[in-house]
Design a protein around this ligand. Sequence first.
Ligand code: ADP
Ligand code: MG
Ligand code: ZN
Length: 637
Amino acid sequence: MNSTVKTIIFWVFIFACLVVLWRVFQTSTGGGKDQEIAWSEFLQDAQQGQVNDVTVIGSEVRGHLHNDKGSFHVTVPANYPHLFDVLDQNKVKVTVKNADGNGWWNLLIQFSPVIVLVALWFFMIRQMQSGGNKAMSFGKSRARLLSMQQKKITFKDVAGVDEAKEELKEIIEFLREAQKFQKLGGRIPKGVLLVGPPGTGKTLLARAVAGEANVPFFSISGSDFVEMFVGVGASRVRDLFEQGKKNAPCIIFIDEIDAVGRHRGAGLGGGHDEREQTLNQLLVEMDGFESNDGVILVAATNRPDVLDPALLRPGRFDRRVVVGRPDVRGREEVLRVHAKKVPLSDDVDLRVMARGTPGFSGADLANMVNEAALNAARMNRKSVAMVDFETAKDKVLMGAERKSMLLTDEEKRVTAYHEAGHALVAAMRDHADPLHKVTIIPRGMALGVTMQLPEDDKHTVTKQYLETQLAILMGGRIAEEIFLHQMTTGAGNDIERASDLARKMVCEYGMSGMGPLTFGKKEEQIFLGREISQHRDFSEETARQIDGEVRGLVDEAYRSAYDILNNNQDIMHRLAIALLERETIDANDIRAIIDGKELPPIKPSGGSGSAVADVQQVLKPEPSRGTSFPEGSPSPA
Ligand code: ADP
Ligand code: MG
Ligand code: ZN
């Protein structure tokens, strides 16, 4: 039944109900001028010759007076013998009707309340089922057929993931000319898994495939299979493949497949839960149709590690396409794609921006361009300038500024020394990423941020690099101790991160006297999505040794950072004062202070030029500075 038919039926029904109601109303009140009169009155009227005509229905008499003086109805006393005599004598026109001559109407009227109730109930059920929750079509898949009218996304809109694009182009060719590939006995792949961190353009790529392929493209999300009732997911999978086979050759895209594809037989739910049935059905269906059926499954996930191995075996998702974070060239291309939509001023150099944003994903870059455009609009500029990009980059990197947050002078002083401590260690130690900016303007959850940016994309790091990170983390607390003779809760997060890092160096990376061994197995809780328990597979004695090694690493970092700050007290004071005056200082300013030079006069915010000094993230914003402790916190707990 299509929806127009449904609407028509609905209105016919409503109309019928109205008619019935009207009839009921009419009969009960007699309608219009028709009034009920007393029997004696009727007799009198009749005898005086005022009655023109009557209709006798059973014991009821309806009639009209002469000269249109009105109509009436009256009930005749049982077996009144002279009714017809009276009427006859006064020459009244008499019609006699069978009492149930109007049977159908009477029946309808009698049952009208029931009919109305049934109709109401019917429509209520209707209502409840709509909204994609129809009881009758529970097991139907929710796959949407992407219509070709939508704004088409093509491979041109996806930048910096050339390998992935190549692989997918091949898939599209398979669908277009299956015979060519099968001639030599090749088997068309059944499934392609797009794997990569969030925001790298997996969903975008799939939409581009839909735009490029001239075949139907069904899109569904992994969570669409998950329902409260056992078996629903499985039947949806069945239906999805049915749909696919009907439309072959076609592409079915399952986004976030980890929602259904998680490792079976693990977790809290026992062995037979809904998700497993759904997954089993998916596995069965993928084997169930031959690849030359021309249905190709494309799935995307950022958690390939939790996927069931059976999904990944050859013959199922046998092609894995890694969609990684873009490199420098890729970032420039992504910026170019998104910058096409905004007017750029002449000073904007996207290559510089690309170099200054290692580790950014496509989504980060898109977000940055958008923030820059918003910033330019806020400044009433006609086009987006480099300053706007710098501001946007800092916002994406360090969180939005919260200038309205009121800090006492004392808090500002503590924050300034704390951040100066991080910054000075970072500036003095080898193996550290270059500093980007240091700020004591609260950003996001942090009271202050020291930001480093690696010069290039980092794929692995060295032991020296990690030791330097430990020292930089220690710098904040040490500055508080040396220059303010106190400790604040602001360093809590630094310390936590340092402890985590040191423990990982010992237990996971084998970077300590314990040798190249890992200690402790993490238990992945499938349903909670992350490790909740650490499994100890070593003795008490080893545990003590590990603690000793961890402590050694942290102590060493502490000593090294202490020496740096203690030997450069002068520089520290000047850094802190500069921070208090300017709130934000950049790499050049820090260099100048360390070299004992005068800082350039305070320039209006925006920091054009300086941030171009290719920096990338050093310390992530320090969420703990001021989250939930009285001292550093915006709202004392
Ligand atoms: P995910 O990998 O998490 O599915 P999306 O495909 O949803 O990421 O990407 C989110 C947004 O980020 C896209 O809509 C797009 O604007 C932008 N984006 C991500 N990667 C790229 C890319 N390689 N090229 C162009 N834009 C991208
Ligand atoms: Mg996605
Ligand atoms: Zn800190």
